[in-house]
Structure formats: structure tokens, C-alpha cells
Design a protein around this ligand. Structure first.
Ligand SMILES: [Mn+2]
Length: 305
């Protein structure tokens, strides 16, 4: 049995890609199972409920020599515990490739497209297999989520082309689905500020500095902007608990394409050197920044160096 994982703190792409990849492998008579490495976010819950798809089981650790596939990530810091000692057989991903080593040859497919779902769909079409309606809606949701409905700078021609094909198969109204997904994602009631900061959070490191970057994508930024001072205090606490040197957190206004970075004490100077924008109380407001992968991480790595 092969275990398929998306990254820690899964977003919609990191959940739907493993589910569809499991069913792709099953068509090839390969016994595989999709897992989630963390709790589902509101958007993903909405997608799975709306299309009546079972939630994948939670698994955060693997035993040595367990056969595993990593989707939507290639960094061990985002993989389940024990992944380094497991038997890694495939990676399909659209992120930068980190300090990555394997013991034996593996299937590795990386493409600079907007989502892993795009790559999975491409593999279906390349092999002459049409995704089922269910597979198509799941992959379409992954693309919409990661590209913020084709508005993120990570969006490529391939994402749009593949989405059109998937729309044809599934007969889904993309605008309507995206609106519902973004509404679900924007709900903050029931979450503590700590949960909000850590909900979509990834850790990185340079030679000397370990840092985390959290983002909260929303169509209703004001309800969090109001809490900037408290978010700042929360960042101080989380930095200590997680033993990180720095924590960057940005509220991303999906519709206006703006990022509101919290100017927490230790991160303030790096943030100001990384992005130019307007300072409003405890916030640095940066126009046009919506992608952690393409806009934040490369910039932070450069400035931290
Ligand atoms: Mn992704």
C-alpha cells in the first residue's frame, strides 16, 4: 500500500490532488491511499461537503520504509514525520525545489504552474484518460483555490486551458463555485487568532534563520485588520512556542489584490526592506502581493540572506 500525502496545514490543492491521484493510481491497479497531514480548512471542507466527497483520514507520521508519494510539496519540513526514512517513490509539485535528496531514482514531476491539480489533470489527458465528473470538480477546485480564480501571479496558460477542459467535463459554473469557496474561506468565527495565523502556515530556513510565513486569504479583510494589534501580540507568542526566529503574517485581500502584513516587532524591519507599501498603524499595506510562493518567499529569502 502506498500512502499519498499533501503538505502540512493542507489547503484545497493539498487535499484534492491526493484524492484524485489515489483514484488515478487505482485505475492502474496500484494500491494507494490519500491522507491529510493536518486539519481541513473551511474552504476545503466546503468543497468536499458540496460535492459529497469523504474526508481523507488524518496521518501525520509514517514508519520507516513505508512507500510514500508527496504531492504539492517537496520539503521534508512540510511532509509527515518520518518521511526522510520512508521509501519515497513519487513527487508531483509546483513549488520551488529545496535541498532535496533521495536514496534511489524516483518519479519526480515539477512544473511551474498554478496548482498541483493542474499537473494531475495534465497527466490524465496525456495518458488519454478523461477524469470522471467527480475527479474534474475536485481538480477544478484545487486550481481555483491555488490561483485565486486565475488572479494570482502564479497562474499560467496551462491552468486556464486545463480548467476549461475540466469545466467541460464537470459542467460547473467556475464563478459561482469560486465565490462560494472564497466565502467559506473568509469566515473567521470560531477561530482563535493563533489558529488564524497558523492555518495556512509554512516553515522555511536559510543557513542561519528559521522562519514561518502565514497567510490568510479572504474576501472580507476588515474583520482581521481590526485585530492587527492583537495579531501582533499573538505572533510574539507563536514565535517562542514554535522556536522560530521570525514569523511573517499577511492578510490577503483576494478581490483587491492587496496584502496587509502585520508589523510585529522582530519582523518589522525585514518586512519594510522586503516590500514597499503604506504603513497604517500596525500594518504594512502592499499592493499586488497575493502569492506566498511567488512573491513572498523569494523576497524574504533574498533579504534574509
Ligand atoms: Mn498547491
Amino acid at each position: 500500500m502506498i500512502y499519498i500525502f499533501g503538505h502540512k496545514n493542507p489547503d484545497t490543492d493539498a487535499i484534492v490532488a491526493p484524492i484524485v491521484w489515489e483514484s488515478f493510481l487505482k485505475r492502474k491497479k496500484i494500491n494507494a491511499k490519500a491522507f491529510r497531514n493536518g486539519s481541513l480548512n473551511q474552504e476545503t471542507k466546503f468543497v468536499l461537503d458540496y460535492f459529497k466527497i469523504k474526508y481523507p483520514s488524518l496521518k501525520t507520521k509514517v514508519k520507516a520504509n513505508q512507500k510514500i508519494i508527496l504531492l504539492d510539496h517537496n520539503l521534508y519540513s512540510q511532509a509527515p514525520d518520518g518521511a526522510k526514512e520512508a521509501d519515497l517513490i513519487q513527487v508531483i509539485d509546483h513549488h520551488f525545489i529545496g535541498d532535496f535528496q533521495t536514496k534511489k531514482p524516483i518519479y519526480y514531476r515539477a512544473e511551474p504552474v498554478g496548482s498541483t491539480s493542474t499537473i494531475i489533470a495534465k497527466i490524465f489527458f496525456e495518458e488519454g484518460i478523461n477524469p470522471s465528473k467527480k475527479e474534474a470538480v475536485l481538480l477544478l477546485s484545487g486550481i481555483i483555490s491555488d490561483t485565486l480564480k486565475f488572479s494570482s501571479p502564479t497562474t499560467t496558460k496551462d491552468d486556464k486551458r486545463i480548467a476549461k477542459l475540466l469545466k467541460k467535463i464537470s459542467n460547473i459554473d467556475i464563478d459561482e463555485l469560486a465565490q462560494k469557496m472564497f466565502e467559506a474561506k473568509s469566515r473567521i468565527s470560531g477561530f482563535s487568532l493563533k489558529e488564524i495565523i497558523l492555518k495556512d502556515f509554512k516553515e522555511f530556513e536559510t543557513k542561519k534563520i528559521k522562519f514561518g510565513v502565514g497567510v490568510w486569504e479572504t474576501i472580507l479583510p476588515d474583520c482581521l485588520i481590526k485585530k492587527a494589534t492583537n495579531l501582533k501580540k499573538e505572533i510574539e507568542k507563536i514565535r517562542k512556542i514554535k522556536e522560530l526566529d521570525l514569523i511573517f503574517f499577511g492578510i490577503i485581500d483576494i478581490l483587491k489584490k492587496k496584502c496587509y502584513f502585520i508589523l510585529s516587532d522582530k519582523e518589522k524591519e525585514i518586512l519594510k526592506r522586503s516590500f514597499s507599501g503604506k504603513i497604517e498603524n500596525d500594518l504594512l499595506v502592499v499592493k499586488g502581493v497575493v502569492s506566498r510562493k511567488k512573491q513572498m518567499i523569494p523576497r524574504f529569502l533574498e533579504v534574509l540572506k
